[in-house]
Write a protein that binds this ligand. Sequence first.
Ligand code: TXE
Length: 492
Amino acid sequence: MTAPASMFIDGRWVPSSSGNTRDIHCPADGSFVATVSEGTSADAEAAIAAARRAFDDGPWRAVPTSQRGDLLLAVAREIRARKAEFARAETLDTGKRLVESEIDMEDIANCFDYFGKLAGQDAGRIVDAGDPNVVSRIVYEPIGVCGLIGPWNYPLLQVAWKVAPALAAGNTFVLKPSELSPHTAMLLMDVLHSLDLPAGVGNLVLGAGAEVGAPLSGHPDVDLVSFTGGLETGKVIAASAAGTVKKVALELGGKNPNIIFADADFDAALDNALNGAFVHSGQVCSAGARLIVEESIRDRFVDELVRRAKKIRLGGPFDTDAETGPLISAAHRDKVHKYVQDGIAEGAVLRCGGAFGAGDLESGYYYEPTVLDNARSGMSIVVEEAFGPVVTVESFTTEDEAVAIGNDTRYGLAGGVWTQDAGKGQRVAGRLRHGTIWINDFHPYLPQAEWGGFGLSGVGRELGPTGLAEYQEAKHIYQNLTPAVTGWFPEH
Ligand code: TXE
């Protein structure tokens, strides 16, 4: 059998230089999806060289921003036109419900739309130099070659947040999606190719992080690395990038508080607590994994949460009765289970879940929605990101205590506050040290609003104007209209 040509380097689909391949299986039932190329570090280096040439010598960075914007708008149109194909590919790789993948594709198209429109508005800035004979202006230029490394939970969405601004700013890129979920990145490259993106501007490499991902952070010809994934990998990437002082953007997940005050709309808070913790089986960087409930409503709230969590229907991507799907892999499911067991050993009380999916679900990597009550600061399940359908419950009696518990994490990605007291909502939002705060909601994000974290949740911001600025260098051009002798070093 000839090796599949699933990588896109310098304008062509190519196989791995080693001829190695990887089989992708659907986490919902272990069924075979497809065989793709398993790249090598040499493939990554070839992709970096192509991106370097395309940046240094090619026409791309001189293309007017409005034209680059038009390309991104066309990408959005293509993704919408091919939504069924994209969503199915995402679902087979991740096991997530088809309906969720369809929502993701719409979000992805919206992201390309946003950066497409933003690109055309980028005209730089005039600065008042305080001298009528000086013209001083700031222009925003592309950084150069961008290494873009993505995770498996929202494979194309997380990649879109990087590819769209990178192209809008005029960069070239080498993309490495998670080895577990390569297919929608391949479809995106197909779209870019069909829209005549110049050769070398966009490159795709596939394979294991340590092999094909590592050169993207360590190579001197890469100018920026943007990574979404786990904390430990993020630290490795940051350390490796330091060697060549490249710009680094990291989104490393969170341990996100969801604070419920007694005066909250009970039903809305409960419904959103379930959604916050269990949507996509908790494999969401902003999952509301720490429920922090005011003592006076705690018992009622947690009893209802447990009753509802037990009813959540697990199932495969095409099961229209299913409400959430499997975890990404057996290894990840085992890791989540270990966190739950450690939590129980440390004194948390298991109220529901804590077990693998049974019966028909045994061929996939399902984990039951799990509520761990009586959680306390310092427990590993409260400190570390489990990234599964597990929510811990803590309680408080005062506003100060709620804020202190909400900030009792070294992460800082997102958090929720539930109260019908508008002033209290704003006060608490202002004091929480997290990159996004929802008041009386959980999970929505906007392409025009910055996304990213404080503390261990990462460095930099995606989306919004800052998400474009991450991919730009600001250059100051200062022009003296009346050149004159300064006399600083006079002629003696
Ligand atoms: O992620 P990794 P894993 C968290 C979540 C999860 C944990 C580990 O808590 O349990 O991370 O998940 C590539 N150089 N999140 O192990 O390793 C890898 O190939 C360059 C949070 O799956 O971080 C993949 O493409 N790249 C999160 C990507 O990094 C390397 C989403 C992510 O994999 C590399 C996912 C290396 N040395 C997991 N090693 C979020 N922030 O949303 C690996 N990779």
